[in-house]
Design a binder for this molecule. Structure first.
Ligand SMILES: [Zn+2]
Length: 657
């Protein structure tokens, strides 16, 4: 089989697998198999750029980060739908249609509305609703979503704009929030926020990891001979093109039927696997829709019936304060178990002490708990009439519940400020080992818990004193895996100053800030000589950040922390100082196209270490453009501006020279 034949075969196989999974809901290929074939296709395409195809499934892994979103107009405005919350309002709406008009009911997904434009069967753009007239162009992000076909099946119309909802399945949502909790990041309140946040990511690769999904529910501009005359036949046609549509659509011919459908679905919605907050009822005939028209805001032929957020009453039995990585103390309610939105709820967040006092929540109170969509359950209020005098007001803890260390209040938040707090420390080690910090493969949450519990790790530096013999007795370890982890820990010693700084988890000093610091101060000794005033001068530093950093490195614990790390051989100097290279120092460089020997991220790091500044767009300030295979508009712009262009060979020569 020739390379071209195999490429075509793989593209067909992968497209078919997506179709089977997302449109037919009948998976025919395991994820592992899918990834294996995708990798094969990707390497074939790299070796054969002449067979490039912009609708190849390899484009789903996400291209290069975009610099911002362009706002573009919608050819046909994306109107929003009126909401109704009661059955009587729903009946009134139907009565206004005049007569027994056929309508369809389909689940209203709590996601982000999107308009997809297909020209001659090829996906050319994806634009968010925005203000209805103009939205953000998120094409690069949308292409990573596997349920959105890049190329339509069958004979596609000349122009087809499909509107629908991008959403995050519950499973992905839970996994992402679990990870954010470990990373000490703020949790997404619900799946819709998480979806919107993901689509706003400028890096399509991140979007690809989030496993978003899509279901179509409407149309925009179309050029289509013999286009369907009904919404139900339109969605059938979409399915034929390989565009996923909900399989929970009912057709109703009377108000009674609609009400029955809507009421019946309320109990089913919890088992859908993604957030449904209502049902959309719309007139089936496009001609009738046209006739009914709409207001400037919303159409008359369509309405959303919203289900109420599920609330329940239960008794608040206890409040405990959980200690996070930076010492944040978060109040968590324990309640008598209650069934809400299909799950048993026993815990809820109370956010912070100011919220508790604002709502006057007391232990022993009957509280109103709410779980809307997939929102983390929260206590929204108190039934004061149920009080009998035995309720106890909630006091902020005077000391840390784990270490008895001192607690300080900053805004509405409380912190344990003991840097040796074991609860904080456990979270900090998880953070230290994570991919974006010291990147210690195999040092996950469970291993950290065991190491800290066994007393093997009391300081970060203790990690570097571990031996395979220490690990073997722990759960999940054999000799080989123990040795692998010891190697991984050893390898992390040379990650560089910036990663160590962000790894030790000084409050307010995250990844980006650490990079700024390490760039200015090449090693720990230089950093120690700096004053608060010096820090204020740094990019993105305010007085509080400057003071926090200064305090952290000059405290006795801080000093000890770094000297212990230095003692065990962890490098406390910027890798930049090791290898600054006059050929690259202060050069503004743009990388474009595909390089054979370099991942873009690696190359960026390498160039930055040598003192270059890598940017995303070519301008008159650009010194060098490194152009790989399939370099497009950036290469052209560089040539137009007369910017120096290097190919990969020249890059390799300069790096080794
Ligand atoms: Zn503590």
């Amino acid at each position: 089989m020739s390379a071209l034949e195999r490429i075509q075969e793989l593209r067909t196989l992968l497209d078919q697998a997506n179709y089977d999974y997302y449109v037919e809901a009948m998976p025919t290929m395991s994820d592992t198999e899918y990834d294996r074939l995708l990798t094969e296709l990707s390497s074939l395409e790299v070796n054969h750029p002449e067979f490039h195809d912009s609708s190849s499934p390899t484009h789903r892994v996400g291209g290069e980060p975009v610099e911002g979103f362009q706002t573009v107009p919608h050819a046909v405005p994306m109107q929003s739908i009126d909401n109704t919350y009661t059955v009587s309002d729903l009946r009134q709406w139907y009565a206004k249609l005049g007569g027994d008009i056929q309508c369809t009911c389909d689940p209203k997904i709590d996601g982000v509305a999107i308009s997809l434009r297909y020209e001659n069967g090829l996906l050319v753009s994806g634009v968010t609703r925005g203000d209805g007239e103009r939205g953000d162009d998120v094409t690069a992000q949308v292409k990573t979503i596997r349920s959105i076909p890049l190329k339509l099946r069958d004979r596609a119309p000349e122009l087809l704009e499909v509107r629908g909802e991008i959403f995050m399945p519950n499973k992905s949502f839970d996994a992402i929030n679990a990870q954010r909790e470990i990373d000490g990041e703020q949790l997404f309140a619900n799946a819709r926020n998480a979806t919107a946040g993901t689509l706003k990511s400028l890096d399509p690769k991140k979007v690809a990891q989030r496993k978003l999904a899509f279901l179509a529910h409407g149309k925009g501009e179309i050029l289509w001979k013999n286009a369907p005359s009904y919404w139900s036949t339109f969605t059938d046609a979409l399915r034929g093109f390989g565009i996923p549509v909900s399989d929970k659509v009912s057709t109703c011919g009377s108000a009674d039927e609609i009400v029955k459908t809507v009421e019946k679905f309320e109990s089913q919605r919890q088992s859908m696997g993604f957030a449904i907050d209502g049902m959309v009822i719309r007139v089936n005939s496009f001609a009738k829709q046209e006739e009914l028209g709409g207001t400037s805001k919303s159409p008359r032929w369509c309405i959303a019936f919203k289900y109420p957020a599920e609330q329940g009453l239960t008794k608040l039995s206890d409040v405990n304060w959980q200690v996070g990585k930076n010492g944040t103390l978060t109040p968590r309610a324990t309640m008598e178990p209650i069934q809400l939105a299909g799950t048993t709820v026993q815990h809820a967040t109370l956010h912070n002490i100011d919220e508790i006092h604002r709502k006057d929540i007391r232990v022993g109170d009957t509280v109103v708990v709410e779980k809307a969509g997939e929102i983390i359950p929260q206590v929204v209020g108190v039934k004061e009439s149920n009080r009998d005098g035995s309720q106890v007001p909630i006091q902020p803890p005077e000391c840390c519940p784990v270490c008895n260390g001192p607690v300080e209040k900053e805004g509405p938040k409380l912190y344990c400020v003991n840097p040796e707090c074991p609860a904080q420390f456990r979270e900090k080690v998880k953070w230290f080992a994570a991919r974006d910090q010291m990147n210690i493969d195999g040092l996950g949450e469970k291993v950290v818990d065991q190491l800290v519990d066994a007393g093997l790790v009391k300081h970060f530096a203790d990690l570097y004193k571990l031996t395979a013999d220490d690990l073997v007795p722990l759960e999940g370890f054999a000799q080989k895996s123990a040795e692998a982890l010891i190697d991984a820990i050893e390898n992390s010693k040379t990650r560089g100053f910036a990663r160590v700084l962000s790894g030790v988890g000084i409050r307010l000093i995250g990844r980006a800030t650490s990079k700024v610091v390490a760039k200015k101060y090449a090693n720990f000794d230089l950093l120690k000589q700096a004053t608060v005033e010096d820090f204020v001068e740094l990019d993105d530093f305010g007085l509080i950040t400057a003071e926090t950093l200064h305090k952290a490195i000059h405290s006795s614990q801080g000093g000890e922390l770094f000297s212990r790390l230095a003692d065990v051989g962890v490098q406390l100097k910027s890798s930049e100082t090791v290898s600054v290279d006059p050929a690259f120092t202060d050069k503004v460089i743009v990388i474009t196209g595909t390089l054979e020997q370099w991942e873009r991220k690696q190359l960026t790091e390498e160039l930055e270490q040598r003192g270059a500044k890598v940017t995303g767009s070519v301008s008159s300030k650009t010194d060098i453009v490194i152009a790989g295979e399939k370099a497009g508009s950036k290469l052209k712009k560089a040539q137009d501006l007369g910017v120096e262009v290097w190919d990969e060979a020249q890059l390799m020569a300069s790096l080794s020279g």
